[in-house]
Ligand binder design. Structure first.
Ligand code: KG4
Ligand code: ZN
Length: 347
């Protein structure tokens, strides 16, 4: 089954063609980062307009790379992100998908963006299958998810305030490091020593939830300690902050996997591109106790390939499918979990 997938939930206009959920035929991503950089964040109205201008060219490029003709012959399903995200931005993807589906008489499937991130390691690790524990860490989400089977997810924990990526972005802004902040802090931290600027760990014992806003405040007070910060000192601060975020994410994820006796851990979302997070996950996996699957960085940040993969499993195993055109609505929040699991005490 060949799926044409579209993703426009935030600031990347993306299209991809994916075969049977695991084989990537093409992936095209047009980023709006330069457009939003002056504002240190995504401006929703600018995002929608830019998606509108770019989407047709991006879809055409993805089809061309996958050697699919403009009449979409060979495409069985069209997938589109319907949420969570910016409503105006989502609308552009949805209308494009619906129009293509209507013109070419191809069914359209709405996909949850978080599920896309959760399943993003599939393209690089085709053997992945549930049950597994997923950590989704992006600019808008920090969620620990138990995937029992395809499409059957239980929530273990989530952030109570800022998402991990949001904390990276806000801290980078405090330090005048540019936007988006995650890659900037990652780069700076490589030359720093975390032990020279240690930060507290927000463990939230007794729950699998996360909290990053206190860490952000700790950074604010830390920066007020000196009038001038040399590049060298800034690198240590970045390393200290990053280490605290990574330590909490990795320790809690591994503790949850042990408690639930799950041997496969997947990590997705923009923050999964963080070099230290990737290293610490493998360093702490003593004796290869867990199978840890993280997509290559290019599939951690927003892309349509992950939407195409998710759609395949939705169509194949989904109980309810939105296969009829013109019925899909963009949603800022979409129910994804069948329930929330109680947390064994985490110390
Ligand atoms: O998944 P994504 O592209 O968009 C959302 O769904 O939010 O994630 C974007 C987030 C931003 O907050 C960005 O700063 C963060 O991912 N990010 C990183 C890195 N690359 C992107 N955070 C830490 N280290 C990175 N290397
Ligand atoms: Zn995302």
């Amino acid at each position: 089954m060949k799926i044409l997938a579209l993703e426009t939930s935030c600031d990347e206009t993306a299209a991809a063609v994916v075969e049977n959920g695991r084989t990537l035929l093409s992936s095209v991503v047009s980023t709006q980062i330069p457009l939003h950089r002056p504002y240190f964040g995504v401006v929703p109205e600018l995002a929608s307009r830019s998606h509108l201008i770019t989407i047709n060219a991006v879809v055409e490029a993805a089809l061309k790379k996958a050697q699919i003709k403009k009449n979409l012959k060979g495409i069985d399903t069209i997938a589109v992100t319907v949420g969570p995200g910016l409503v105006g931005a989502l609308l552009v993807g949805r209308m494009s998908a619906e129009t293509l589906g209507w013109v070419h008489r191809i069914p359209v499937v709405g996909v949850n963006h978080i599920e896309g991130h959760l399943l993003s390691p599939l393209l690089s690790h085709p053997s992945l299958k549930p049950p597994f524990l997923g950590l989704v860490v992006s600019g808008g989400h920090t969620e620990l998810i138990y995937a029992r089977s395809w499409g059957n997810y239980a929530l273990l924990g989530r952030t109570r305030d800022d998402a991990a990526g949001e904390a990276f972005d806000k801290v980078a802004r405090m330090m005048n490091l540019g936007y988006p902040g995650g890659p900037e802090i990652d780069r700076m931290a490589r030359g720093g020593d975390a032990s020279k600027q240690p930060f507290p760990r927000p463990w939230l014992p007794g729950t699998w939830d996360f909290s990053f806003s206190g860490l952000k405040t700790a950074m604010l007070y830390r920066l007020q300690q000196r009038k001038r910060w040399s590049i060298e000192q800034k690198k240590h601060v970045c390393a200290g902050f990053q280490e605290a975020v990574v330590d909490v994410l990795v320790r809690k994820t591994m503790a949850a996997a042990s408690a639930l006796k799950i041997s496969t851990i997947v990590v997705g979302g923009g923050v999964a591109a963080n070099s230290r997070l990737r290293t610490v996950f493998s360093e702490r996996n003593e004796g290869g106790k867990f199978k840890i699957l993280i997509a290559p960085p290019v599939f951690c940040t927003d892309n349509a390939a992950m939407i195409g993969s998710s759609a395949y499993f939705k169509v194949r195993y989904g109980k309810k499918m939105d296969r009829t055109s013109l019925k899909i609505q963009p949603q800022m929040h979409i129910p994804m979990f069948s329930g929330r699991l109680p947390a064994p005490p985490f110390k």
